[in-house]
Write a protein that binds this ligand. Structure first.
Ligand code: XBP
Ligand code: MG
Length: 266
């Protein structure tokens, strides 16, 4: 089966965005004199709740405050989250982020081979657009044939809906595409939609059980940033994941070391 599309998650996968989201949340908390400061270890735990609004609401529910105060704080969530996103976009457009190693190379190789690109993310379209423009230039968003966001589906990751939506927009079945993720919530969403998934965890997700992935790499690698121990450990051809090797594994010429999707289907 020909590989027809690469579907990328955004936060943590295209770029290591979570620290910028964290800083933006803290800026807003400070502006509103809420007295909350999310440090990295705490934010890493909070990330098990997918979606910024949902994460903030969950955090408020853990605070030792009166019922009336909790109701008041919960009402602030939509406004605080919208302000966080404005701060986040400002930081991204000021150059706070780069794409992770190998992302732009693999995207270029895929496009040259006639394979389409898509996005399936929890975050909102404006945040995706800011990241793509800041890292790939004004032509960035148009490189993607389909963009599916968390606020377009009934339930966010780890539910598979956002991947179903991306596949529907591409007009493809799950076996014709491969997903790229960084976290357990994302992996469960992609595998739940029947997609083979490659995970490249970060500080924020390295502690999670990502064994349902077809392939786990520290990053996608590049000629100037080779993956240690490769080729020979998990990759065959080079110390980076090339599109040709990926396509060969997808059409079954070379199997993935782990293939949970096949196990699920058998
Ligand atoms: C990661 C997330 C996101 C970001 C912030 O999602 O959970 O919520 O932390 O996004 P994914 P918003 O699994 O898709 O990478 O604040 O815009 O919701
Ligand atoms: Mg992610």
């Amino acid at each position: 089966m020909t590989l027809e599309a690469l579907i990328f998650d955004v936060d943590g996968t295209l770029a290591d965005t979570e620290d910028v989201h964290r800083r933006a949340f803290n800026l807003v908390f400070e502006r509103h004199r809420l007295g909350w400061v999310w440090q990295p270890p705490q934010y890493r735990e909070l990330l098990s709740v997918a979606g910024g609004k949902e994460r903030l609401a969950w955090f408020i529910d853990t605070l030792p405050v009166s019922g009336a105060e909790r109701v008041h704080l919960r009402r602030l969530v939509p406004a605080l989250h919208a302000e966080k996103n404005r701060c986040y976009r400002h930081l991204v457009m000021s150059g706070a982020l780069r794409l992770r190693p190998g992302i732009e190379r693999l995207m270029t190789e895929a496009r040259e081979a006639g394979c389409r690109l898509a996005i399936a993310t929890t975050t909102s379209a404006v945040n995706v657009e800011a990241l793509l423009q800041a890292t790939l230039g004004s032509a960035g968003p148009a490189m993607f044939s389909a963009i599916a966001c968390g606020d377009e589906v009934r339930i966010k990751k780890p539910s598979p809906y956002v991947y179903h939506l991306a596949l529907r927009r591409l007009g493809l079945r799950a076996h014709q595409a491969v997903a790229f993720e960084d976290s357990l919530n994302g992996l469960r969403s992609a595998v739940g939609a029947g997609l083979r998934t490659i995970v490249t965890p970060t500080y924020w997700s390295r502690h999670e059980d990502l064994s349902a992935a077809s392939l786990e790499l520290p990053h996608l690698g590049d000629p100037h940033l080779p993956i240690g121990g490769e080729p020979g450990h998990q990759l065959e051809n080079a110390p980076w994941l090339g599109f040709a090797e990926l396509a060969r594994r997808m059409d079954g010429r070379t199997a993935f070391a782990r293939d949970p999707v096949d196990e699920l289907q058998s």
